[in-house]
Write a protein that binds this ligand. Sequence first.
Ligand code: APR
Ligand code: PHB
Length: 396
Amino acid sequence: MGMMRSRTQVGIVGAGPAGLFLGHLLALEGIDSAIIETRSREHVIERVRAGVLEQGTVDLMNDTGLGERLRREGLRHGGVYLSFLGRRHRIDFEELTGGRAITIYGQNEVVKDLIAARSASGRPLDYGVEDVSVADFEGLRPRIRYRREGQEYEITCDFVAGCDGSHGICRPTIPAARLAVYEREYPFGWLGILARAAPSSQELVYALHERGFALFSMRSPAVTRLYFECAPDEDLGRWTDEAIWDELTARLGTADGWRPNRGEILQKGVTGMRSLVAEPMRHGRLFLAGDAAHIVPPTGAKGLNLAVADVRTLSQALAAYYREGRADLLDGYSDRCLRRVWRAQRFSWWMTSMLHRGAGGSGFDYRRQIAELDYVTSSRAAMTSLAENYVGMALE
Ligand code: APR
Ligand code: PHB
């Protein structure tokens, strides 16, 4: 069997939210794409990830025909709670930002909707590919090569979109001398569970407790999502379900008797926390988008929203190129994204450092954090700053 060759306008590496959403936006512009993905369709749909959509992400889904299930099943939240010293304090996003809010809708639901749209479009999406490489992106005809079920493939493209996440091959393929990578690791991780339990709060609760951070979130009226700060290499095997619930109750429970409802634990895992930005987000005809270009700690709930904002910017630039022969938006892609990325990095870092104790956290640090939470929940200026960053910058 020889090499199977094909041709497309935009070759997309990775079928996470970034790659799938880009394929969707390009299809609406009449631009061809081919998407390849190393994992299986089931894996891509089922892996449990974040679940907070900014208003801009919700609006884009609605405007591009992806909003039907989101309008039915998404949970609109007009605020969040910050919890410390045994009390919950509400930050009212709607009131502070002129009516903006967030919507709870799992990333895997977004991915399901995008896969359905891709199938309906009849455009190619190949799962289970291996040995992916990208070449010739410094010239006019970049190529993607891969193997699938023993067959070798080559796709010749006008452009390649590296949407292959934090462990993909696109970022490391760019010559190191042409890419600056700014990185920070945090000395803690999150132990997260998904539980069959009705949420006991209508809105998210971010808590700082002497024992460390905890977060109360949800996926639906019947499913709660919870996390607590742990060691970055925490051994899950050390935690019985009962011990997990006890830890969550200790950190989240408040003096008025509020606590998360318990239920069957459906899934659990440990995630590390990292901040990373690669600059610029483009080399020649290879464009990076989403986690392939930047990683934020989950405390600000920005990862998915940044990925969507990147590919929206990229699809606009590609549309201007194909429609009007303009390259200026492609040339401005990286700068336009990086401004939003660094703003989200700053916010995510700030939320993370306000709410986590870390192994080396001192009594001084804890008292300073409490003072900061006290300020953020009592000064209208400070509350507004949190609210406008949490609901997100409007997409241009
Ligand atoms: N070739 C093809 N696909 C690849 C390769 C490769 N060499 N390497 C990785 N992939 C796939 C992964 O299996 C994954 O499905 O690329 C996809 C990248 O998807 P995500 O990791 O979800 O990243 P992205 O689409 O940028 O979305 C960012 O996802 O990680 C969360 O919190 C993050 O919400 C954010 C969002
Ligand atoms: C989640 O629901 O998974 C979630 C919510 C808020 C965060 C992070 C994760 O900051």
